[in-house]
Write a new protein. Structure first.
Length: 365
């Protein structure tokens, strides 16, 4: 603060301090301000507008969806413009919403909940899940090479990576509860996970933590490939759901009639995109994961398989129950209030993505 004040003309230190504090307060109260602004525009109870006026732009952070849209030429058919952002993962999406630089984000169960807990009103407008969720888990528990963990019961007394704003936190808490380990019997190391999983994998390999939830895709395969000879291993977590994915938006976007109309169309095409992913795994592997991301084809196919075989439900009863389970798991552990999961969903969008995914065009595209 002293250095900042010294750059002002003599006698202006008080003014400098006032300006700095004012800027800080503006940022601190940004979520509340945006919530108030949202109430001034289109009501969340009003029907979704049918017409997109000229000049509407949606800022979307979902790289896979971007590639699918552009590969199929759908972005050129839209009556609005999309500005794509390389913003993924719950913490980054929440931060972008807070800064007002993103309209649409993709995340698992926890990010929309955590955003609301942080004072950023958001709504879920589309939901997807594994079609084979009874047989597949999105996450596994990575075990450090020297952790001496043979089973989940051995997690007692260990250091476990924990990111309260991401689904990994839910995986940790539900795993501990399932095997009868109290939170005070472990050390939770707060460590946000990157989308690629390198943060957790590197922390495990270095011995900084003993266990961490890692994605059951190329992240887990690479971890075993790179460190398995040293004793690294993975364990399946108990049978609870970890597969849901949400398209969610700030309420300010829904309060803008033009953006609300654009979001209705975007969600329809997003549903078509999920159907396309299901039926074109090799094309997705070659075009996006190999061509765009530069992965070897073997690894690209692993990622395409992880991304695919998904279902977009046409009704949200199961989705709401899934989100409620996440709230009830994490709320008491993170000292946040209980939410009614139904209030996270904008029911005006229910069925739009699911109907599109189930349509003839979706199945044949």
């Amino acid at each position: 603060m002293a250095r900042a004040a010294s750059r002002w003309p003599k006698g202006s230190a008080t003014l400098a301090a006032f300006v700095i504090v004012s800027i800080a307060l503006l940022f601190a109260f940004a979520p509340a301000r945006r919530a108030a602004e949202a109430k001034i525009g289109l009501s969340l109870a009003a029907p979704l507008p049918d017409r997109v006026p000229p000049g509407v732009v949606l800022r979307v952070g979902d790289p896979v969806t971007r590639w699918v849209f552009e590969h199929n030429g759908w972005d050129k058919k839209l009556p609005f413009r999309i500005e794509w952002a390389e913003i993924t993962g719950g913490p980054d999406v929440t931060e972008a919403f807070h800064a007002g630089v993103l309209d649409v984000g993709f995340g698992a169960s926890v990010p929309p909940i955590h955003a609301v807990w942080m004072g950023i009103p958001v709504r879920i407008i589309a939901f997807r899940e594994y079609a084979d969720r009874a047989r597949r888990q999105a996450y596994v528990i990575g075990i450090a090479p020297k952790a001496k963990i043979q089973s989940l019961a051995d997690l007692r007394g260990k250091r476990i990576a924990f990111s309260p704003s991401q689904v990994q936190a839910q995986v940790v808490i539900e795993t501990l509860k399932a095997v009868g380990i109290r939170r005070e019997e472990v050390t939770l190391v707060e460590l946000p996970s990157s989308i690629g999983g390198d943060v957790y994998s590197n922390a495990l390999a270095s011995g900084a933590i003993d266990a961490a939830p890692i994605r059951a895709d190329l992240v887990a395969q690479r971890y075993l490939r790179d460190f398995g000879a040293r004793g690294a291993r993975i364990l399946k977590h108990p049978p609870f759901r970890d597969d849901g994915g949400n398209i969610y938006v700030p309420e300010t976007a829904l309060a803008d009639p033009g953006k609300a109309a654009a979001l209705r169309i975007f969600v329809q095409y997003w549903g078509l995109g999920q159907a396309w992913i299901n039926t074109h795994p090799e094309e997705l592997a070659r075009g996006y994961y190999a061509g765009k991301r530069g992965l070897p084809m073997a690894d690209a196919r692993v990622m395409a398989a992880y991304t695919g075989n998904i279902s977009v439900p046409r009704t949200w009863a199961g989705a709401i129950a899934y989100q409620q389970a996440a709230i009830d798991t994490l709320g008491p552990e993170t000292k946040h209030p209980r939410l009614d999961a139904a209030t996270l969903f904008d029911r005006r969008f229910e069925g739009i993505a699911g109907d599109a995914a189930a349509s003839v065009q979706g199945n044949r595209s």
